[in-house]
Design a protein around this ligand. Structure first.
Ligand code: ACO
Length: 355
């Protein structure tokens, strides 16, 4: 494959998948992005149609998977359930022992197609509802919203969900991708590698931050409270969720797109409340931490995505699983690259001093 999976310029705020700027990719279907990531180039019309048909046709999960969801403890975190479910799904994949590139691509398609179904089924069952079977005629984003709600989303909501999956799809060697890659480097199977990614994504310093952003915005409750509460958090040296990044020392380009999308949703719904609270939080953090203290603490990918979920009535417990739905294509792309290397990743302990 020609281009690096991902390129990030953390000083200039540039993000590219396979050499293409994220701003050019965000209007494409998620299927085209997952094809680009795992197969290395953007598909042509015919290739995209065939790939989408495969993905959409593979969305259903088998009865045993639904049975396991019913047996989950409904009080546990949804990521805890998801890592169990994905691990269990491997036992029914006919290609589990086929680690050829073809076998791995078939497994990849099933994982990308079925993780949304598992997340939605778990969400509905936990809430006392029957799972909604996937609709192969819908896009990745629209189908997910349909499976959690039982009704088709508006065009704008479907587009926002699609873009959310795209913006979450890949981000170089973040903690979860690194975990997936380390597992793949042992030549363990793709499901094991993806479960490793899920386990790392779950933590509040990584994918778990989105849910915490939603809780924070809810607790703040009004634009008037925002400045006071954020100033108190800063005074107590608490981290403001959805801000800061190890690589970006400027505005996260995904954060900027999410901000624009959350504004569009707010305007379409005729309710600027959550957007205005978020803007006030951002304004306060930038004034206090960036301008006064010189720390590069800007909104990251998790901040305005949390606002979007408020507008789409998506509860906090779905925030990290949704991140996983998008990110699975990136994890797989890295695993494929690692499988080609056939070399175990084995850092030395002293390297951790730099982390
Ligand atoms: N709010 C307030 N202060 C912050 C924040 C924040 N969100 N993030 C960093 N800082 C401050 C730290 O207190 C520290 O200050 P100090 O030098 O005076 O001690 C300085 O900035 C550097 O912070 P580190 O934690 O060392 O930065 P690091 O690169 O290790 O962490 C991280 C990056 C984990 C993202 C951090 O910014 C953070 O915890 N953010 C909040 C959680 C979050 O939003 N996570 C999602 C990240 S994106 C993703 O994983 C998808």
């Amino acid at each position: 494959m020609s281009k690096n999976i991902c390129f990030i310029d953390g000083l200039e705020g540039i993000l590219k998948y396979r050499g293409i700027d994220i701003n050019q990719l965000v209007d494409l279907p998620y299927d085209a992005i997952s094809y680009l990531l795992i197969l290395g180039e953007l598909p042509g019309d015919q290739e995209l149609a065939e790939y989408s048909a495969c993905l959409h046709g593979a969305r259903e999960v088998n009865r045993e998977v639904l049975d396991v969801i019913h047996m989950c403890n409904f009080n546990v975190d949804s990521m805890e359930a998801l890592r169990t479910i994905v691990s269990f799904m491997s036992q029914f994949d006919p290609d589990i022992t086929d680690s050829s590139p073809e076998g791995n691509t078939r497994k990849a398609i099933r994982l990308i197609a079925r993780i949304p179904t598992a997340v939605a089924a778990h969400y509905r069952i936990v809430n006392g509802n029957e799972p909604v079977p996937p609709d192969p005629s819908l896009s990745h984003g629209a189908n997910f919203l349909y499976m959690i709600r039982g009704s088709k989303p508006s065009q704008l909501e479907a587009e926002v969900m699609e873009k959310d999956f795209i913006l979450s799809a890949e981000h170089e060697l973040n903690a979860s991708t690194f975990s997936s890659r380390v597992t793949a480097s042992t030549l363990s199977d793709l499901y094991s590698a993806i479960v490793s990614g899920l386990c790392a994504l779950k933590g509040p310093l990584h994918g778990g931050a989105r849910a915490e952003v939603m809780t924070m915005i809810e607790e703040i409750g009004s634009q008037e409270n925002a400045e006071k509460i954020i100033l108190e958090k800063i005074e107590k040296k608490e981290k403001i969720m959805g801000f800061g990044h190890r690589v970006y020392k400027t505005y996260d380009p995904r954060g900027a797109i999410f901000k624009q999308l959350s504004r569009e949703l707010a305007e379409a719904k005729g309710d600027m409340c959550w957007y205005e609270i978020a803007e006030k939080i951002e304004e306060t953090v930038i004034r206090e931490l960036v301008e006064k203290k010189g720390k590069p603490i800007y909104p990251n990918v998790d901040f305005y995505s949390g606002v979007i979920y408020k507008y789409m009535d998506i509860p906090p417990q779905l925030a990290t699983p949704i991140f996983a739905i998008g990110r699975v294509s990136g994890w797989i792309a890295h695993c494929f690259e690692q499988y080609e290397k056939k070399r175990i990743i084995r850092p030395r302990a002293f390297m951790l001093d730099e982390c």
